[in-house]
Design a protein around this ligand. Structure first.
Ligand SMILES: Cc1cc2nc3c(=O)[nH]c(=O)nc-3n(C[C@H](O)[C@H](O)[C@H](O)COP(=O)(O)O)c2cc1C
Length: 165
């Protein structure tokens, strides 16, 4: 049965994925979970992420002009609950604090998160400021995929393992 829902719930009925956005600036690296991410175009290769204005990651992206979109597999789910109360501005290294392993990126300073379905290295192309949220469009400069590790998708606060049907 179709029922009308509140306007404010609309963004929760649109399925997305689960991502870790990694960043780095002047020797300080950071990482945050995000469900707001979307591949936009293949040529030029563009991908968009939505980052809350108050997040430490927002300033690092603006200052460094770079970020990595790590597409989570089940191997990062253990860190979700711990991440909720943790900002990179309060810890020396949030990767260590969350127990996330990293690999060096090829084209950006921010590290890749190990054990993900994919890691997409981006240079900041455009920024759109919305109320409480910054939409960053990144141009992909390198991308890596492990197709043995299934991506996680997300809908209305729940995680799902992505399998072909
Ligand atoms: C499952 C999940 C999804 C999230 N999605 C987003 C998101 O899309 N954008 C965002 O800015 N924050 C999102 N958050 C919240 C950030 O991860 C959180 O505010 C983080 O502590 C910010 O870290 P920072 O201050 O180190 O940048 C999400 C958190 C969780 C647990």
């Amino acid at each position: 049965m179709v029922k009308e829902i509140a306007l404010a719930q609309a963004y929760r009925v649109t399925p997305t994925g689960l991502y870790l956005i990694s960043t780095a600036f002047e020797g300080k690296r950071n990482v945050q979970f995000a469900f707001r991410a979307l591949g936009l175009t293949d040529e030029p290769p563009l991908i968009a992420i939505g980052i809350q204005a108050d997040n430490f990651s927002r300033g690092i992206i603006q200052k460094s002009g770079e970020f990595v979109v790590n597409v989570c597999s089940e191997k990062q789910l253990f860190a979700v609950d711990k991440s909720r109360s943790l900002s990179g501005r309060d810890v020396e290294d949030k990767f260590v604090a969350l127990g996330l392993e990293t690999l060096p990126a090829k084209q950006v300073k921010a590290p890749l998160v190990a054990g993900c379905h994919a890691n997409v290295e981006c240079k900041l192309e455009k920024e759109l400021e919305l109320p409480g949220l910054h939409l960053f469009v990144g141009r992909v400069v390198a991308a890596h995929q492990d197709d043995q590790l299934k991506a996680i998708s997300r809908l209305a606060g729940k995680n799902f393992r992505m399998e072909p049907i």
